[in-house]
Design a binder for this molecule. Structure first.
Ligand SMILES: [Zn+2]
Length: 248
């Protein structure tokens, strides 16, 4: 299919226009105009680009692309190597950041909730990217931790009373630990994000809302896979997700 049609469709699907973001959403590096194979991954690292090339990717689809607001604008060092790799091979790089966290079906938080048995009741936080709701089955914090560990293949860091019963929970993938304050206002028993900061621990202890850091990478694997699968089915193109392990 044509790259322009794919970008048009995906931009509308994810309502890209709705978001103020820290990076461009959509096409970040332009390659060939015809797309038969999409390779997806969480972050556009060199390891992902190399794996994508070996699978014959026309387009690499990621959650973490390039050109972040705070970064050095020069094309030097690692940035040069990555861009050179893509441009020499005519491979497109397409990234969706906040729109892919927030999408109500394909987004990271929607997928994460479905995997962990959380029913969504509403959205909160800046630009409504974070979700809150209830566990399909109430359980102790310790049991919840075990379930998360087996679902994500990574042991979470948990701050809170392990015997406490968790009925209501809020969650936001990635580095959303500072949404804990707003999660407390949602009246939940626990808040789950990817990363943790030193001050998060004190806030969790003092608010009585348990905090779970389940991994930035581990919580953001699922949106990009769901989007890649959706595009493959919709347009009859190939899609493969590549897991580049990351302990953070
Ligand atoms: Zn992220």
């Amino acid at each position: 299919m044509k790259l322009v049609d794919l970008l048009d469709y995906t931009g509308q699907l994810l309502q890209v226009e709705r978001f103020r973001d820290y990076c461009p959403n959509g096409l970040q590096v332009e390659g060939r105009a015809e797309i038969k194979t999409i390779v997806s991954g969480v972050s556009a690292s060199m390891a992902l680009l190399e794996a994508a090339e070996s699978l014959g990717a026309d387009l690499v689809l990621v959650h973490h692309g390039y050109f972040w607001k705070s970064e050095d604008q020069r094309i030097v060092g690692i940035k040069r190597s990555r861009l050179k790799f893509l441009l020499e091979r005519n491979i497109n790089l397409v990234g969706y950041h906040l729109p892919l966290d927030a999408h109500v079906e394909l987004g990271n938080n929607a997928r994460l909730g479905a995997m962990l048995g959380f029913e969504i009741e509403g959205w909160f936080g800046e630009q409504s990217v974070a979700a809150y709701g209830r566990l399909l089955q109430p359980m102790s914090l310790a049991e919840l931790g075990l379930g998360i560990s087996s679902a994500l293949g990574r042991e979470p860091l948990i701050i809170g009373d392990m015997q406490k019963t968790i009925r209501r929970i809020a969650w936001c993938s990635g580095a959303a630990q500072d949404f804990l304050r707003e999660a407390v206002d949602c009246g939940v028993d626990a808040f789950l994000s990817g990363e943790v900061s030193e001050h998060t621990v004190h806030l969790a202890r003092e608010s009585g809302v348990a905090f779970i850091a389940a991994g930035h990478h581990a919580t953001e694997r699922y949106g990009v896979q769901a989007l890649g699968e959706h595009l493959a089915q919709r347009f009859g193109i190939r899609h493969q997700y590549i897991e580049i392990p990351n302990p953070v």
